[in-house]
Design a protein around this ligand. Structure first.
Ligand SMILES: Nc1ncnc2c1ncn2[C@@H]1O[C@H](COP(=O)(O)OP(=O)(O)O)[C@@H](O)[C@H]1O
Ligand SMILES: C[C@@](O)(CCOP(=O)(O)O)CC(=O)O
Ligand SMILES: [Mg+2]
Length: 390
């Protein structure tokens, strides 16, 4: 049987980093996805080789592990526990990473070790030591702030659970299918365990928005859907400066330890920004209320303030500042999205902004070596699709 799962990336409109420390953040799914195709052989002859394979297709990397060897490193999963998401202990992370490094992950791809470790942990916890092949493809840039790690963990968890006996689907249905509410919660919890292996200390916002889709307000593990009453068009500029979320989140925590009172005030301010931003986005569009242009003006001011506070947290970067300066020449407001330190920047494109201006700003940003895209925002969360060979 082959199960496919796809999960979207995300943008954070306000509140990244502060959300790790308990503030509210606002995020939306985007129409760029990571897809997993998982094949679990059913015939006896096929399952005798006892190999678990992972193919990262976009990177041209393929890995194969003997399940006996995996069992030596992560023992005790003869009875898997798909219904009880559990954390991978740090000693197990170390042991799995050592196993992965036996296969010579190329130097440029060392950041992948934790992603591959998340795969092995999720796979064995949900399926035990059964042979299988997983093929991953994605049109999300990795390590750029668009939540590739979460989309990867969510799509993996979804494919693994959908092919286990923990979740039942009508296998005769065709096309992409959605999970029920409780099953989505389970996918989300497992994906969070995967994110913990990759990020160290994730807030859970990325896996939650990738699982449930839409636009959400998120605080301390709790989500509220936001129903937008206004058009929201965002230009996403990828500075192509690589960075790693784990290191940036750890940097903010260290600054918080050094300056607890200051950082607490910063996080409180971010919380207010996210609350105000979500109120504006969801406020009624009826006459007598704010016009779209007035709402956009308020959003721009909130984005500008959020960017200032992200700078206070130490997660901006000269490439981000270049995007801010360039867009400001066209009276457009921008802020970093995701962990910062490079990665992607959001620019609000007001509804009445002409195509000519958009083309000019994109051309100027691309002349700096950046890559621009306008993604659809607030679409569906994770979905699965079945293909039965028998
Ligand atoms: N398609 C993928 N295949 C393998 N690993 C992935 C994939 N997408 C993400 N990852 C893992 O997530 C890491 C990037 O996550 P992160 O630093 O949080 O950046 P972001 O989530 O913003 O893209 C990668 O180094 C890798 O470990
Ligand atoms: C910085 C943070 O708020 C978002 C990180 O997003 P990304 O991995 O950079 O896409 C961390 C988190 O909330 O877990
Ligand atoms: Mg991430």
């Amino acid at each position: 049987m082959e199960v496919k799962a796809r999960a979207p990336g995300k943008i954070i409109l306000s509140g990244e980093h502060a959300v790790v420390h308990g503030s509210t953040a606002v995020a939306a799914s985007i129409d760029l996805h990571t897809q997993v195709s998982l094949t679990i052989p059913t015939g006896d002859s096929e399952s005798k080789d006892g190999i678990l394979k992972l193919h990262l297709k976009d990177m041209g990397l393929a890995f194969a592990w003997s399940l006996k060897r995996i069992q030596e490193v992560v023992p005790g999963l003869d009875v898997p526990f798909p219904l009880q998401p559990q954390s991978c202990l740090s000693e197990s992370v170390k042991a799995i990473v050592a196993l992965i490094e036996e296969q010579n992950v190329p130097e440029v791809n060392v950041g992948l070790s934790t992603g591959i470790c998340a795969f092995i942990w999720l796979y064995t916890s949900i399926h035990g030591y059964k042979p299988a092949t997983a093929v991953i493809t994605s049109n999300l840039p990795l390590g750029s702030g668009l939540g590739s790690s979460a989309a990867y963990c969510v799509s993996l968890s979804a494919a693994l659970l959908a092919s286990s006996n923990a979740v039942s689907f009508d296998l005769s249905s065709h096309g992409w299918l959605s999970f029920g509410g409780n099953e989505l919660e389970l996918v989300n919890k497992w994906a969070f365990e995967g994110e913990k292996i990759i990020h160290g200390r994730p807030s859970g916002i990325d896996n939650t928005v990738s699982t449930f889709g839409n636009m959400i307000m998120f605080k301390s593990g709790k989500l509220d859907l936001i129903r937008s009453t206004m058009p929201l068009k965002m230009l996403i500029t990828n500075t192509k400066v690589g960075r790693n979320t784990k290191a940036l989140v750890a940097g903010v925590s260290k600054r918080t330890t050094r300056h607890p009172d200051v950082m607490s005030a910063v996080f409180t301010a971010v919380d207010s920004i996210s609350n105000e931003l979500s109120t504006i986005i969801a406020s009624p569009a009826s006459s007598g209320d704010l016009s779209i242009t007035e709402k956009e003006g308020k959003l721009e001011e909130l984005m500008e303030m959020n960017q200032g506070l992200l700078q206070c947290m130490g997660v901006s970067h000269s490439s981000i500042e270049t995007v801010l300066r360039t867009t400001l020449k066209y009276k457009l407001v921008s802020k970093l999205t995701g962990a910062g330190g490079g990665g992607c920047v959001l620019t609000l494109l007001p509804a009445l902004l002409s195509e000519t201006i958009i083309n000019k700003v994109v051309a100027e940003l691309e002349s700096c070596g950046f890559q621009c895209l306008i993604a659809g925002i607030g679409g569906k969360g994770v979905e699965v699709c079945f293909h039965n060979f028998s």
